[in-house]
Design a protein around this ligand. Sequence first.
Ligand code: G3H
Length: 254
Amino acid sequence: MTPGIRPLVAGNWKMNGTSSALAELAAIAEGFSGGPEANVDALICVPATLLSRASNTLGSGMVKAGGQDCHAKESGAHTGDVSSEMLKDAGAAYVIVGHSERRTDHAETDDVVRSKAVAAWRAGLVAIICFGETEAERRAGKTLEVLSRQIAGSIPNDATAENTIVAYEPVWAIGSGLTPSVADVAEAHAHIRSELKKVMAGQAAKTRILYGGSVKPANAKELMAVENVDGALVGGASLKASDFLGIAEAYRTL
Ligand SMILES: O=C[C@H](O)COP(=O)(O)O
């Protein structure tokens, strides 16, 4: 946690969910209101195919809807792609850019990620910019060096605490059930805060830094209590309302 920063628990459904999953989303919205909403913001980033209906399901409540990726351009001959303007039109308030699965599966570079963040702002969306080291990079002792490079390359200079959230996701912790130690998370997040100052100057102190990678109700309190951890980016556990709400509930006693 960072004094003065309201945390965010963001779900990323990845390539999961059809119409039947909207009931789970409704359960998240219901469980969040009147409980965790006092202490934390919430967001679910759904597949683009569900965005419009997800947005209708969530209505004007405290849980927001987001996209998982956007193209850098507003429109054009880009078969299969979705622009930030389309996400906004479908009800998104946020969009994830630079998730490691995009960086790996679609060979997205820091330059591409940076242009997608700018595209997100162009449409009035908050960009959630992701980065994190691979297992090989961690074993080689290069974690902080990799984070510095990705932050310098992926975050546009005019990022602000209002239009940008960053998410540290060690690639080896995603979907694996493994998490870094509390000391390692603290070291990485402190380093991220200090590197953010180089690109965001005074905005860095107010910017939310999420941790992602095997966050569950059982480990949420320990991870969310770490200094400079201002929320979570949750994959698998966001697919089940009780698990997602269990993570948000951790803030009740922090
Ligand atoms: O975007 C979410 C992350 O990749 C974390 O996924 P996970 O919670 O399933 O490990």
